[in-house]
Design a binder for this molecule. Structure first.
Ligand code: NAI
Length: 324
């Protein structure tokens, strides 16, 4: 069996390579999978793809033509795959949970950084500037956090927030009554939260969930955190909200147009995304490069589950982690 990995980085190879053997051969392509690169998949049985690979109808048709049996996503989200088109042609499996703690903990790290200005203090003290001017923060205890999406990650994030003494409001399309959470409407959550954190998947329905209208209904100075998927937020509306000070700050681990930028070193390039460029100049916006998942535990679980998914699907034609 031959597996072609796309958008692979040295750390992917480090965690997957130990599983390779005579009957499971691996090829690691650095390039992303898309219409221009799909021909590289010819001669393989499985493609292993990641969040910013483009697996649209054209790519799926080509993969099918090459005899690819399975698209093994080494991530949880699958919004980059045209599932309707893949159905009946190629199996699609994913890693539903590799470390929800990694993402929830990164979300808290971003929030604490923003509200205590640690990002500014780090840079300042490197040049022996020990002034406190401009670093004034606020306590999270007693503040209200609105959690949108209370699945694996959102529910852990909510528990951590409770541990900090925050009041938690929750919204989910399918509320989980077994969780000790105060579910409310999206409108109420927007109107009453000091911090809003996104943990729902990107779907047609949740696309631009945070737009101009949503922002105008929020509390003045509300903080928005997105460690889920970029297109949940209309970035231009967010920029406008930051500029007119309606929004008190934003922590973004994901960005709508991230696919060409994130995970890569673009420091020598002229970045043509004016919205991102302006967001980056704001002192109260923190951007990380889709790194919330990036822990040793998560990478180890991703490799183990992906290999298990591939073996299971190829030997039985099914997998418990098949995306329907
Ligand atoms: P999950 O499937 O356990 O939970 C998602 C929750 O969102 C479910 O409770 C579901 O009912 C709810 N939901 C679905 N549609 C909704 C809507 N329109 N409005 C409100 N809630 C809705 O997923 P999990 O593992 O908690 O992951 C959440 C998201 O985090 C993923 O969809 C993925 O996009 C993102 N993610 C980001 C990572 C990163 O490194 N930044 C890593 C892993 C996941």
């Amino acid at each position: 069996m031959k597996v072609a990995f796309f958008d692979s980085k040295p750390y992917d190879e480090e965690f997957f390579r130990p599983y390779s053997n005579e009957s499971l051969k691996m090829k690691f392509f650095e390039t992303k999978l898309n219409e221009d690169t799909v021909s590289l998949a010819s001669g393989y049985d499985v493609v292993c793809a990641f969040v910013n690979d483009t697996i649209n109808a054209t790519v799926i048709d080509k993969l099918y033509e090459f005899g690819i049996k399975l698209i093994a996503l080494r991530c949880a989200g699958y919004n980059n795959v045209d599932l309707k088109h893949a159905k009946g042609k190629i199996g699609v499996v994913r890693v539903p949970a590799y470390s929800p703690y990694a993402v929830a903990e990164h979300t808290i790290a971003l929030l604490l950084t923003l509200v205590r200005n640690t990002h500014k203090a780090y840079v300042r003290t490197k040049s022996f500037n020990f002034s406190l001017n401009g670093l004034l923060g606020f306590d999270l205890r007693g503040k209200t956090v609105g959690v949108i999406g209370t699945g694996k990650i959102g529910s852990i994030f909510a528990e951590i927030c409770k541990g900090l003494g925050m009041h938690v409001l929750a919204y989910d399309k399918f509320p989980n009554e077994s969780l000790d959470l105060e579910y409310t409407t999206l409108e109420y959550l927007f109107e009453n939260s000091d911090v809003i954190s996104l943990h729902c998947p990107l779907t047609e329905e949740s696309y631009h969930l945070i737009d101009k209208n949503a922002i105008s209904s929020m509390k003045n100075g509300a903080i928005i955190i997105n460690t889920s998927r970029g297109a949940l937020i209309n970035a231009e509306a967010l920029l406008e909200g930051i500029r007119n000070k309606k929004i008190g700050g934003a922590c973004l681990d994901v960005y709508e147009e991230e696919s060409e930028l994130f995970f890569e070193d673009n420091s020598n390039l002229i970045v043509n995304d004016d919205t991102l460029a302006l967001l980056m100049t704001m002192p109260n916006v923190i951007v990380t490069s889709h790194q919330a998942f990036f822990t040793k535990e998560a990478l180890s679980n991703i490799a183990q589950t992906t290999i298990q998914n591939i073996n299971e699907f190829l030997s039985t034609g099914k997998s418990q982690n098949e995306v329907i």
